[in-house]
Design a protein. Structure first.
Length: 76
């Protein structure tokens, strides 16, 4: 993916996540790259939540239902 200079002008940080190759034999399916991006951004979100003191009740506001909501609201 090529990022233009105009797109970079709106960013304070550029985080380049690179993998050697995808997991499939043809090196075409975005499996390894997707997992790498998910892992990095999950780690960033945990860091932000920790630094900001994000609380369980705040998380529950945006997850009112479903399996996550039930666990957060103590319904199971």
């Amino acid at each position: 993916m090529v990022i233009s200079f105009q797109e970079l002008a709106f960013s304070d940080i550029l985080l380049k996540i690179k993998i050697e190759r995808e997991a499939d034999p043809f090196n075409m399916l975005a499996t390894s790259s997707t997992m790498a991006i998910l892992a990095v951004f999950d780690a960033i979100m945990v860091l932000i939540m920790t630094q900001e003191g994000y609380k369980r009740n705040q998380f529950a506001v945006i997850h009112p239902g479903g399996a996550v909501g039930e666990r957060l609201h103590g319904k199971k």
